[in-house]
Ligand binder design. Structure first.
Ligand code: SAH
Length: 220
């Protein structure tokens, strides 16, 4: 499909899936108009790149629905000066959107293969303010801390304590929290040593898996 057809699909996605559902931050809408989602999905799903759903990627993971990417990004209230930590690089699509809206993005992924693929696409797109790290994101990434914003794109029972520690004062953290059938997207703000919390909406994400939960046979 010609690039201009994808651009038209992207514009339609922004209007129908995002603006109609209330995404209004002009910078977020512009970033969603610019990032070529078709480059981050598997070739066999390219024709569905702008459909209103999550899609499978390698390693049994998913690239989130465009609306959820926009909603989480809007909740981070980025002005362009922030350092952002993303846990769960996956395809790299969300990282690309963040890269257009923040000063620097550090993104952690536990599957090396996903991180490598994401790195290739981000490089081809010239997004050089993203640092990709392979590892357990529940531990954060201390060398680059503190982070003005943290986005967790996999669901867990609670916010990992290391992420709270690595969040800057007044920083925002967005994460899907809860058991598989009852996850809620939450926005936390760090005030002193406690967190204020706001609920956004019910969501469905793949699980956040700490290193210690990885079965030995899955480690290869
Ligand atoms: N943000 C991604 C969607 C990610 S799906 C995108 O835009 O495509 C969630 C990702 O979190 C998966 O790739 C999964 O492998 C990863 N993940 C799960 N637990 C993790 C952990 N403890 N540390 C780092 N990544 C993790």
């Amino acid at each position: 499909m010609p690039a201009s057809d994808y651009a038209a699909q992207r514009d339609a996605m922004v209007e129908h899936q995002l603006q109609r559902r209330g995404i209004s931050d002009p910078r977020v809408l512009e970033a969603m108009r610019r990032v070529p989602r078709e480059r981050f999905v598997l070739p066999e799903f390219r024709h569905e790149a702008y459909s209103d759903q999550a899609l499978p990627i390698a390693c049994g993971q998913t690239i989130s629905q465009p609306y959820i990417v926009a909603l989480m990004t809007e909740a981070l209230q980025l002005s362009g000066t922030e350092k952002v930590l993303e846990v769960g690089t996956g395809s790299g699509y969300q990282a690309a959107v963040l890269a257009l809206l923040a000063r620097k993005v550090v993104s952690i992924e536990r599957h090396e293969e996903l991180s490598r693929r994401a790195g290739r696409v981000l490089q081809e797109l010239g997004l050089d303010n993203v640092l990709l790290v392979v590892g357990d994101g529940t531990k954060g990434y201390p060398p680059e801390a503190p982070y003005d914003r943290i986005l967790v794109t996999a669901a867990g029972p609670e916010v990992p304590p290391a992420l709270i520690e690595q969040l800057a004062p007044d920083g925002l953290l967005v994460m899907p929290v809860g058991p598989p059938e009852h996850q809620v997207l939450r926005v936390y703000r760090k005030r002193g040593d406690h967190l204020e919390v706001e609920q956004l909406c019910p969501v469905r994400f793949v699980p956040l898996i700490p290193d210690e939960q990885t079965p030995p046979e899955a480690e290869e």
